[in-house]
Design a protein. Structure first.
Lengths: 111, 116
């Protein structure tokens, strides 16, 4: 079975542009998580969903960030407008029974 | 509040040495899970092991072994006969099962470098 799939793997954009990150969880998993990893702050949980419903978005840094999960096999994390401080690796993870499996990450650079 | 402490920021060993990565956790919950993840230089996060709070049996998987001790709130990870491919950042994490939360609380990671 395929693991968690994320796209794009790398994204370079200019400040002010909209960025959309995509995630396909492992089939059958009922939880989906979005994390951000930076050297300064480590791994931060941004938001997570259960059965496509957002459960906790307390980690979303500000209104420029939004996440959706329109169905069980797809989620997006959108940043609009992007800023240089959003540069980080963004991970998506999914789980069924407590264990989270991570995607390969999207490395975002905002110039 | 829940917390995971990995006191060793970086460890450097020579190939074939044994190395232990420490993990100490804090929680008031009686039911919880502990995890170890590996992040190699390529960047992905790889799940290694899960242990629930009611199972204190140590586990061995090849050169990897884990020592869970509730009395000291520790979940240490030992690599026997380390290899260069073991070089990575290793994260210990804690999750809760009470209240329906599925959040993971991560330690800050220990960077292991295995030199040839």
């Amino acid at each position: 079975d395929a693991g968690v799939i994320q796209s794009p793997r790398h994204e370079v954009t200019e400040m002010g542009q909209e960025v959309t990150l995509r995630c396909k969880p492992i089939s059958g998993h009922d939880y989906l998580f979005w994390y951000r990893q930076t050297m300064m702050r480590g791994l931060e949980l941004l938001i997570y969903f259960n059965n496509n419903v957002p459960i906790d978005d307390s980690g979303m840094p500000e209104d420029r960030f939004s996440a959706k999960m329109p169905n069980a096999s797809f989620s997006t994390l959108k940043i609009q407008p992007s800023e240089p401080r959003d540069s980080a690796v963004y991970f998506c993870a999914s789980s069924l029974l407590e264990t989270q499996y991570f995607g390969p990450g999207t490395r975002l650079l905002v110039l | 509040a829940q917390k995971v402490t990995q006191a060793q920021t970086e460890i450097s060993v020579v190939e074939k040495e044994d190395v232990t990565l420490d993990c100490v956790y804090e929680t008031r919950d009686t039911t919880y899970y502990l995890f170890w993840y590996k992040q190699p230089p390529s960047g992905e996060l790889v799940f290694l092991i899960r242990r629930n709070s009611f199972d204190e049996q140590n586990e061995i998987s090849g050169r990897y072994s884990w020592n869970f001790q509730k009395s000291t709130s520790s979940f240490n990870f030992t690599i026997t006969a380390s290899q260069v491919v073991d070089s990575a950042v290793y994260f210990c994490a804690l999750t809760l099962t009470q209240g329906g939360s599925e959040k993971l609380v991560f330690g800050k990671g220990t960077k292991l470098t295995v030199n040839p």
